[in-house]
Design a protein around this ligand. Structure first.
Ligand code: ZN
Length: 198
């Protein structure tokens, strides 16, 4: 244990995802030794992201105004929605350049072990969007793991009475993983080879 400010920084860094106690200590001492201008830039970036970035009112993606860049883009097609768990998954799908429709970000996956149920996700907002009759297909692109599968099954059952084509990404994605870890080619193929589930 260190004293005061350096320990406070180590504690705060240690609360970040994927940062263990050793990394937290290493980063803290890096900051201590770094050029003051670099540290100011980092501090400014942290403050600015909280001030400026919010979640898109329509799809739940990150945005710097009411709507995200993708929802605001008139060139995207309005008849298909790709449902993902997190904003980082939107980026993963965008990198494939295979998809030109809209998105819906759930904000997680159904995970009863950690107390996350359907009501904790943006499923109600998805139903509202599907209510306008413009959407012809919903592509469920949740993560290829247990929670993602549970979420996909739930959504497929929930959406099937609406008479919209519901599809799932083709298998071939690394099982147990996260959508964002799939490379562009694999994810692009999974998109092209998606199968209709209802
Ligand atoms: Zn949006």
């Amino acid at each position: 244990m260190y004293d005061g400010a350096i320990q406070d920084l180590i504690d705060e860094l240690g609360r970040l995802p994927g940062v263990g106690p050793k990394s937290a200590q290493r980063i803290a001492f890096h900051v201590l030794a770094a050029d003051p201008a670099d540290v100011t830039r980092l501090a400014d970036a942290l403050r600015t992201v909280k001030e400026k970035v919010r979640f898109c009112a329509t799809c739940g993606n990150v945005a710097e105004s009411d709507e995200c860049r993708i929802c605001a883009d008139p060139r995207r097609s309005d008849d298909v929605i790709c449902v993902v768990e997190e904003p980082k998954d939107v980026m993963a799908v965008e990198r494939t350049r295979e998809y030109r429709g809209r998105y819906h970000v759930l904000g997680g996956a159904i995970d009863p072990m950690n107390g996350v149920g359907p009501d904790d996700l943006r499923i109600r907002q998805l139903l509202t969007r599907l209510g306008d009759g413009k959407i012809e297909e919903v592509i469920i692109a949740t993560d290829p793991n247990i929670e993602g599968e549970a979420t996909a099954t739930y959504l497929a059952r929930m959406l099937s009475p609406l008479g919209i084509t519901i599809s799932r990404l083709a298998s071939g994605l690394p099982v147990g993983g996260d959508l964002e870890y799939a490379d562009e080619v694999t994810l692009g193929r999974a998109f092209e080879g998606r199968r209709t589930v209802s």
